[in-house]
Design a protein around this ligand. Structure first.
Ligand code: IVH
Length: 677
């Protein structure tokens, strides 16, 4: 083996440390310090160094998360310490009974006993073994004694450290916790599946289970799975803590996420308070919990209490009401959204799901109806979690009434009567009438006026309905021509309301570019994308003139979003609306926008040969984003030629003319430098 340059070894170590730190700050501390671009730059550099020197690769290198090749099956893993379950308590009296049992067992008053309380995450239990600080094995719970070895899959989770942090790393530690999917991750995953007509998951737990048991870790790597630690099952005896909460703090130091809702409380009253409080908070959490886990905090007492059958005596799970309920689907109505998408909405017998009455649930689209096999009159299972719209997740076919009837999808828009369209390969049926359809007009104006868009105070849904129905407002620009004199003609609309609305409109005229872009309601352009677009282009005109490739070079903008933006500004009536808005006095402060530096303005570049780390389109888009023109032929005026393997006549011509020639690595390094300026 050839001698490796010690500088390289140092650089590899430094890159790994920096990447690990960045990961920890981002995923565990929620306090990122490195930009995405700088992170990628380091990751690519490390990948390149490891590719050149495979002998430097270690199993805990940040490059090893990405996903290994598929496995044949999962090996059996015998748990050194069995993975137990928990006894349940379904109401406060059962918690009181749990405390009473502790009292008796410990033969002392437990009034001042400290309990560590934390949410009961609704995911899958896994166990992780670290030796000398390195993750060596990860397994599912299985039957509690033997689970399945899914190490390669677990390594793809950014919230699972591949090596432990800090100076006092235990020689051996087995950490247990829950793998779960957040509501936002789950929604995004299902939405993408719906768009492509693929199977959707019923709930985040199923999605997490399905993702974790993939034989191909590269699939797992693409799923938004997270890990939260809740127990130390084994640790070498030099590092024993005396309480569970201290152990949890220790796990955080070692690089694990623990639950931010974790709290130590004393006595039964405080315990019940915690449970009530968590129950109220449940709705606002971005992940499913099915209860609170209450643990005796003192580890010595835990040992003294021991276990019965398959559960510890020192812990109990306080269960919350189920997030799924059964009810009857009485009818289906079709709603037309802002982008013309026609969504079937189930009208249900009202039912209380996890504390709120539910009488409507979304059925998403025609494919979803087919997948569920749902009919009008069916008994259905409804799921409600967090602020996600209630969903129909299952049909109880055995209970189908004889008079159940199929759901007929409309052939014409229920609002404007236009014939509906379904794009090949898309699950969504749309009314193509755009702003000519009153429903879409109303939604567009609602969006335009909303708080995060132009924030027009006092322009509520009912008022928008009236303004559109009377045809006073056909486009957002018409809002700015409303007169107080006409507004007072509206039923129950006084002089004061009219003046207030006019004042609110006046105020809303002064906006920012990100808000304005967001307010236009371009498909798939949310607030974050609007902000990225504004930052990237600096002016509205530059955004309107951008072609597909340039749009794709913007952070978080993929081909689909780029196509929507491009199509939006291609439409004459959208350009007219923008012009009318500007004419109506809508302004934004250009100075608020930090234009991206474009160091390559005025230069023409040529790409030739094969690029190995990116497509030529990507290279082109990144150059364009920096202000360069990209051409297909080399001339004296060419600033530089990027030549990959297989480059031929263009390379020869560049050499003949004395034009700068860059190989791919140099090109990548330069790009990264310019992009981070
Ligand atoms: S402690 C000895 N803490 O609940 C048992 N479990 O019924 C130690 N779970 O399979 C478990 N959140 O998957 C514990 N904060 C938490 C938990 C939790 C979820 C799950 C775990 C286990 C099941 C027990």
């Amino acid at each position: 083996m050839s001698q490796i340059d010690p500088h390289l070894v140092d650089e590899v170590a430094r890159l790994r440390r920096e990447l690990d730190d960045a990961n920890y700050r981002y995923y565990i501390l929620d306090d990122p310090q490195l930009t995405d671009i700088d992170y990628d730059k380091r990751l690519r550099r490390l990948q390149a160094l490891e590719a050149d020197h495979p002998e430097l690769i270690t199993s805990d290198s940040p490059t090893q998360r990405i996903g290994a090749s598929p496995a044949e099956g999962f090996p059996e893993v015998r748990h050194a310490v069995p993975m137990l379950s928990l006894d349940n308590a379904f109401d406060e009296s059962e918690i009181a009974a749990f405390v009473k049992r502790l009292n008796e067992r410990l033969e002392r008053s437990v009034d001042d006993l400290a309990f560590c309380c934390e949410p009961k995450l609704d995911g899958l239990a896994v166990s992780l073994v670290y030796e000398q600080g390195r993750l060596v094995s990860g397994a599912t719970r299985g039957d509690g004694r033997t689970g399945e070895g899914i190490t390669a899959n677990l390594k793809t989770l950014n919230t699972i450290p591949l090596r432990l942090r800090g100076d006092s790393v235990p020689a051996l530690i087995e950490v247990r916790g829950e793998v779960y999917m957040s509501h936002s991750g789950f929604e995004a995953l299902n939405e993408a599946a719906r768009q492509d007509g693929r199977k959707v998951f019923a709930n985040p737990r199923n999605a997490a289970a399905g993702s974790l048991r993939q034989l191909d870790p590269r699939i797992t790597a693409q799923r938004p799975l997270e890990f939260c630690a809740y127990q130390v099952a084994r640790i070498d005896d030099t590092l024993v803590a005396d309480s569970h909460s201290a152990q949890m703090a220790g796990l955080r130091e070692l690089g694990f996420r623990t639950n931010p809702e974790l709290a130590v409380v004393q006595g039964t009253a405080a315990l019940l308070d915690y449970c009530r409080h968590l129950g109220e908070k449940r709705e606002y959490l971005d992940y499913d919990i099915d209860g609170a886990v209450i643990k005796v905090d003192d580890l010595r007492l835990q040992r003294e209490l021991g276990f019965v059958a398959r559960a510890p005596r020192w812990a109990v799970a306080f269960k919350f009401p189920a997030q799924e309920q059964t009810t009857r689907l009485n009818d289906v109505e079709f709603q037309v959204g802002r982008t013309g998408a026609i969504t079937p909405v189930a009208r249900l017998d009202p039912v209380n799901v996890a504390g709120a009455m539910v009488s409507n649930a979304t059925l998403h689209n025609q494919d979803e109806i087919a997948r569920l096999g749902v009919m009008i009159g069916d008994c259905v299972v409804i799921r409600r979690a967090g602020d996600v719209i209630p969903q129909v997740v299952r049909v109880l076919e055995a209970q189908r009434p004889a008079d159940a009837r199929p759901i007929e999808f409309p052939t014409h828009c229920p609002v404007c009567g236009s014939e509906v369209e379904r794009t090949e390969g898309e699950a969504v049926v749309r009314c193509p009438a755009g702003l000519f359809c009153a429903a879409q007009r109303k939604e567009a104006i609602k969006h335009f006026a909303s708080r995060r868009a132009l924030d027009i105070d006092g322009l509520g849904i009912k008022l928008i309905d009236q303004l559109v129905d009377r045809e006073w407002v056909k486009t957002p620009a018409d809002l700015f021509h409303l007169q107080a004199e006409s507004l007072i003609e509206l039923p129950r609309f006084g002089r004061k309301s009219a003046d207030n609305l006019i004042a609110a409109l006046e105020k809303a005229r002064h906006t920012t570019l990100p808000r304005f872009i967001y307010a236009l309601g371009i498909r798939e352009v949310g607030e974050a994308t609007a902000a990225n677009l504004a930052r990237h282009f600096g002016t509205l005109q530059a955004l309107m003139d951008a072609d597909q490739a340039v749009l794709e070079s913007v952070e978080d903008v993929g081909p689909v979003v780029a196509a929507h933006i491009h199509a939006f500004f291609e439409e004459g009536h959208n350009r007219d609306t923008v012009a009318q808005l500007i004419e109506a006095g809508v302004v934004w402060d250009e100075a608020e926008v930090i234009a991206r530096p474009q160091p390559l303005v005025g230069q023409t570049w040529v790409l030739t040969g094969t690029l190995e780390n990116m497509t030529r389109d990507e290279g082109k888009a990144r150059l364009q984003a920096l202000g360069a023109k990209v051409s297909g032929s080399v001339s004296k005026k060419t600033a530089a030629v990027v030549a990959g393997p297989g480059a031929g006549s263009k390379l020869a011509k560049a050499q003949e003319l004395g034009v700068d020639v860059l190989d791919e690595d140099t090109f990548l390094a330069r790009l990264a430098e310019w992009e981070s300026e």
